[in-house]
Ligand binder design. Structure first.
Ligand code: SIN
Ligand code: MN
Length: 259
């Protein structure tokens, strides 16, 4: 899949692109089953909310076949190779549960802010892809974006080690307000199977999910192979060290697992 010039321009100005229903029902079903399987596993890669429900399964592409296939899916990898102008490797892979009632906040942050400070990734030559495994609505803790905020480079942030189980470099209210006044705030919502691509510099967050509906999203964080991280402070399954280029798989790779 290749992006059009119009999509490239839109990505450049807003910092994100939305692809409704990029994956079909059978593919989503395979991935939802896979998410349930990994959330049940007792392993160090699966982090939990204070209540004990799963928050994030890190590196699920290394221990689950469906997530391995998604991590090399041509509908995801090819457009990112196009935007990054070359081969990419997987810097981080997360399956975020945002479980009904218990899914906790993700504070305001830029992903590249954390990758630069904690992992010494040289440039923001990296991208996020979010694949919705549930319908994402206004009610179940959608992602919030500040469009255009990726134009500001790495903004000042503080290291929040307390709010949730996941340490994050987060922005203060003044910074978020200033960026909001320039570009507004949006919550892209859509059906399970929809995909969001967003710049690693885009400021984003998500509120707690107090609804009775789960909001599972898989995140691939892809980085140009020459821009690999230089510092190995975080566990290997949080900030990966396999810098080999991802070879896209055939388009039907997930359907091969469908019942
Ligand atoms: C993230 O920003 O990495 C995750 C946000 C979310 O899943 O709501
Ligand atoms: Mn993030």
């Amino acid at each position: 899949m290749q992006l059009t010039q119009k999509q490239i321009n839109e990505f450049d100005s807003s910092g994100y692109l939305f692809f409704p229903n990029a994956f079909g029902t059978a593919e989503v079903q395979v991935l939802k089953q896979a998410a349930q399987d990994v959330f049940r596993e007792q392993r160090e890669e699966v982090w939990r909310e204070k209540s004990g429900v799963a928050r994030t399964a890190f590196a699920a592409h290394t221990y689950n076949d469906a997530f391995r296939r998604l991590g090399a899916h041509p509908r995801l990898i090819e457009p990112v190779m196009q935007l990054m102008d070359g081969p990419v490797y997987m810097h981080q892979y997360k399956v975020n549960a945002k479980a009904a009632f218990d899914g906790d906040v993700w504070q305001w942050h830029q992903d590249y802010g954390t990758w630069a400070r904690d992992d010494k990734m040289p440039e923001p030559r990296a991208m996020n892809i979010a694949v919705f495994l549930d319908d994402v609505t206004a009610a179940n803790g959608p992602l919030l974006f500040l469009p255009g905020s990726h134009k500001h480079g790495v903004v000042e942030a503080g290291h929040d080690l307390e709010t949730t189980s996941y340490p994050l470099w987060t922005l203060d209210r003044g910074t978020v307000t200033k960026l909001y006044q320039q570009g507004g705030c949006v919550a892209p919502t859509g059906d399970a199977g929809s995909v969001l691509m967003f710049s690693s510099l885009l400021v984003h967050a998500s509120p707690p999910n107090i609804s009775p509906m789960d909001r599972t999203i898989v995140y691939l964080s892809l980085c140009h192979v020459e821009n690999h991280i230089r510092q190995f402070k975080r566990p290997e399954w949080v900030a990966h060290r396999d810098f080999d280029p991802i070879e896209p798989l055939p388009d039907n790779t997930l359907l091969e697992l469908a019942a």
